[in-house]
Design a protein around this ligand. Sequence first.
Ligand code: SAM
Length: 230
Amino acid sequence: MNEQTLSMRLERVAAYVPAGARLADIGSDHAYLPVALMRRGIISMAVAGEVALTPFRSAERTVRENDLEQQIIVRLANGLAAIEPGDEITAISLCGMGGETIRDILDSGKSRMSGQERLILQPNGGERPLRQWLMKNDYRILFEDVLRENRFDYEIIVAERDGPVTYTAEELYFGPLLMQARSPAFLLKWQRLLRLKEKTLVRLAKAQAVPRETVEDIARQVRWIEDLLA
Ligand code: SAM
């Protein structure tokens, strides 16, 4: 993977970035996503935010080597602190981090958002707490996607602020749109997870001093997945 050939995962994310967007890619690492989008003429400017020095330098290098310093600003910053009011950001991508981390970045960076930005999120796990945050903060999920690459299942959640929205517990768990679409990748993901969770339940039944709520929660998840796949 590089700034010309994105991974399938980032390629799928790229498809949800609107043409002409002013993109803030937070946790950009090597900045492949904003650089690829700029090279293709899809976005008009970008901020690549990184909290850690080594990926920050790597992002600077990719931007410099592609002569894009005028269009892509690389900032060393924690979360949405990379965004400045004059940036007039219209889309924010947060990819390749845990769902809880993405949620915390969004929550602590609320003052940096106008509320008009499209959020393009690719959590590595923790999708449920992330969707809960979106619902609590009036974001409607517009698109969802799931794909498998290098033996990992990745979900992509695209949301925009659109007034109050309510999702059921199952929709928060599986994804409201993924549940409706029931794509082959989605069904395979949950078949795999069902086997894992059933094994976990067997293991917990033999273990000692496991909190009852933990077992009940996993048993509930197993029932939901069985119903989904039935
Ligand atoms: N977004 C790229 C992708 O999807 O390929 C890189 C993902 S990489 C696994 C996660 C990156 O997020 C790391 O470079 C890490 O330093 C950065 N990161 C983690 N927490 C962050 C935060 N609070 N603010 C900015 N960057 C963060």
